[in-house]
Design a protein around this ligand. Structure first.
Ligand SMILES: Cc1cc2nc3c(=O)[nH]c(=O)nc-3n(C[C@H](O)[C@H](O)[C@H](O)COP(=O)(O)OP(=O)(O)OC[C@H]3O[C@@H](n4cnc5c(N)ncnc54)[C@H](O)[C@@H]3O)c2cc1C
Length: 441
């Protein structure tokens, strides 16, 4: 975003060259859902939106101007939304919109790359040259994440196959009849329809779990669910099959279903995966998916400020950072834009506190395990646990929201956004206290 005195060229290849999903030349065209997800303060996405309001996000303001009724979600009239974003950006006296494909990453100039999940091929190749082939990916294969507090530890046991290394996995054991019921559940579940440009997506090492199930009743039991080298301490026997859960954050509040990348619809993931012993009450923090997607291995490439490690004047933003979703893309975009202007002005780049949704997302993108990195939407598992968490989930979430917004507000005061480091496009300094949702305090 342009600040006072800094002019910006914004390159957009559409409408001259379309991506496989976009249809118009509008900036901020929403290619699928018109929903920016829940606006409730007891959801992680709701907290993120409150923080973005606090930081006076232009995109959030326009989303509110063009909102349509959607219960507790924030949904927009997609055409009015995209038209209005295009109008404000194109009409800004410091922004020049250049309708051209960028074919190579420009060198020696400060810039933000936000070319999205469907980045053009030739530009991806140029990025790959800079970042290294193994650090830029073209699809994601995501397994669900589950809150540790929702697991039934009476049924699950700790152990690694063949006792190799420390017992690192939580194992959900199944007998034959439980396995066959689960297998039938997978076969009968509905999947998300495939888009034409995604048809060649499946690679043998990341096949969705339901595709493996279709290959035969024992394929899973010999694949990601094989129970070899494991003994269930409750029975003293090897289970017929197991589902392994791997710790996903340092605090051990989040677990990943190993090898369970899936294209099942979300409701079907809840229904079928809750058949697994130990997961009957599972709280899904992230659902599985398999998508065409262009994204970097953030932990090897990015700093939490959204600067690249290689060149601190090159920033990434949007889905290419590994942040998943419209609002997540807005937040990395806001932070990258803010920090770019700070760097140009000789100021230190900033990152919101770890306890905020924006801060925790940026830390995940830059500091997660680079060997198992997959895109992430904002969720409570990214936020540090509370010192004294209420037992009820809703109260816990509300307490996390309160902490996030208080810490963000203090941070804005400390970082002196008010002294001109952060201005609206109309030149007004932002007033941070608009952010503190009355209902939370
Ligand atoms: C098919 C699909 C459906 C999705 N559905 C949802 C959903 O329902 N809800 C959700 O929350 N998220 C969804 N996402 C994920 C993601 O949130 C959106 O893709 C989001 O728009 C990402 O924002 P972005 O700014 O990173 O990328 P984009 O919105 O894609 O913007 C990137 C822009 O860069 C342009 N561009 C690319 N390469 C070049 C180049 N070389 N030169 C010049 N311009 C270039 C593109 O034309 C595009 O306009 C979906 C993703 C895909 C691929």
């Amino acid at each position: 975003m342009a600040e006072r005195g800094i002019s910006v060229d914004l390159f957009e290849m559409r409408p001259g060259k379309q991506t496989p999903a976009h249809k118009t030349g509008c900036l901020a065209e929403l290619v699928c859902s018109n929903s920016l997800k829940s606006d409730s303060p007891t959801t992680a996405s709701g907290i993120l939106k409150r923080e973005l309001r606090c930081l006076d996000s232009l995109i959030l303001r326009i989303a509110e101007e063009t909102a349509v009724p959607a219960g507790s979600a924030l949904a927009v009239d997609r055409q009015r939304f995209a038209d209005r974003v295009t109008e404000v950006i194109s009409g800004h006296h410091l922004i020049r919109v250049v309708r051209e494909e960028v074919r190579e990453l420009p060198r020696g100039v400060p810039l933000v790359v936000a070319s999205g999940p469907l980045t053009s091929k030739v530009f991806s190749q140029s990025m790959q040259g800079l970042l290294g082939e193994s650090n830029l990916y073209f699809y994601d294969a995501i397994a669900p994440l589950i809150a540790a507090s929702s697991l039934d530890y009476h049924k699950i046991f700790l152990g690694s196959r063949y006792q190799k290394g420390d017992p690192a996995y939580l194992n959900c054991p199944m007998d034959k009849s439980e396995y066959l019921t689960f297998h039938d559940g997978l076969l009968s579940a509905q999947t998300v329809p495939m888009r034409s440009f995604e048809e060649k997506l499946f690679f043998e090492p990341c096949l969705p779990v339901e595709e493996l199930a279709r290959r035969g009743p024992r394929t899973l039991a010999f694949g990601p669910m094989k129970a070899v080298g494991l003994t269930d301490p409750r029975t003293g026997r090897r289970p017929y099959a197991i589902v392994q859960l791997r710790q996903d954050n340092t605090e051990a509040t989040v677990y990943n279903m190993v090898g369970f990348q899936t294209r099942l619809r979300r409701g079907e993931q809840r229904r079928v995966f809750r058949l697994i012993p130990g997961l009957q009450q599972a709280e899904f923090l992230r659902y599985g998916s398999v998508h065409r997607n262009t994204f970097v291995c953030g932990p090897r490439i990015l700093q939490p400020t959204m600067q690249t490690r290689e060149d601190e004047r090159v920033f990434l933003a949007g889905q290419i950072t590994g942040g998943e979703g419209y609002v997540e893309s807005v937040s990395t975009g806001l932070l990258a834009g803010l920090n770019l202007t700070r760097v140009i002005r000789g100021q230190e780049p900033v990152v919101p506190p770890r306890t905020t949704a924006v801060g925790s997302l940026c830390r995940y993108l830059s500091q997660a395990d680079g060997d198992h990195f997959q895109p992430m939407n904002v969720n409570f598992g990214l936020l540090p646990p509370l010192d004294d968490p209420p037992r009820k989930r809703e109260q816990r979430n509300r307490a996390m929201a309160r902490r996030a917004l208080r810490d963000l507000s203090d941070w804005i005061d400390r970082e002196e956004m008010k002294k001109g480091a952060h201005h609206r496009e109309d030149g007004q300094a932002i007033s941070h206290l608009t952010c503190l949702g009355e209902e939370l305090l």
